[in-house]
Design a protein around this ligand. Structure first.
Ligand code: FES
Length: 212
């Protein structure tokens, strides 16, 4: 029997015992009365006790029966681990990018230069097809993390290597149909309708990021 299962069963048994004790005290008081009214109350209390006991036993039985099914609905720990990717970012220099895989998709991690950051911040929202502030897309200004998939038809844009074509906005360029993304991963030109997606992530410390 697993620990939560055991705890649940013991808790329910304690609840049952508590109800039993309270009912017994009440019933005892009724027994000590002599008049007919007390006899009637005694009968009522006995019925109440039987009623509560039946419900409690039913609840214990149902919970005991259901617990393994409820527990089996939670994702297994190995499944949860597959949903995250931990990345060491300590060796990425300014202006460099790396690609990692998260849930089967490429994720771009770029350590942005000061110029990259300035370009991303200075873009006018009114000029963007999918207006989004740079500050809403990053947790730390120098780190940009994106799902590296073009939002047009799903190609992987180029721009990860220093020698790659990065498009007119110095971010990424999708060679499939010519979409240009800026240094915040926002669509600026071409058929892609949306900015590249920012995945859920958090910094575990200055050198490690957890994606997912
Ligand atoms: S898939 Fe990228 S522009 Fe079409």
């Amino acid at each position: 029997m697993t620990t939560p299962y055991l705890v649940l069963t013991v808790t329910l048994i304690f609840i049952f015992l508590f109800i039993y004790m309270v009912s017994t005290v009440v019933w005892g008081k009724v027994v000590s009365a002599n008049d007919k009214k007390a006899e009637l109350n005694k009968e009522e209390t006995r019925r109440d006790f039987l009623h509560v006991s039946t419900i409690t036993i039913g609840a214990i039985g149902s919970a005991t029966f259901m617990w393994p099914f409820i527990k089996s609905m939670n994702p297994a720990e190995d499944t949860l681990a597959l949903g995250t990717t931990e990345v060491d970012i300590s060796n990425i220099d300014e202006g460099q990018s790396i690609t990692v895989t998260w849930r089967g998709k490429p994720v771009f991690i770029r350590k942005r230069s000061k110029e990259d950051i300035a370009e991303a911040k200075n873009a006018k929202l009114s000029n963007l097809p999918d207006p989004e502030k740079d500050s809403d897309r990053v947790k730390k200004e120098d780190w940009l993390i994106l799902v590296g998939v073009c939002t047009h038809l799903g190609c992987v844009p180029s721009g990860q290597k220093v020698s790659d074509k990065k498009g007119d906005f110095n971010g990424w360029y999708c060679p499939c149909h010519g979409s240009h993304y800026d240094t915040s991963g926002r669509i600026r030109k071409g058929p892609a309708p949306d900015n590249m997606e920012v995945p859920p992530y958090k910094f575990l410390n200055d050198n490690t990021v957890l994606i997912g």
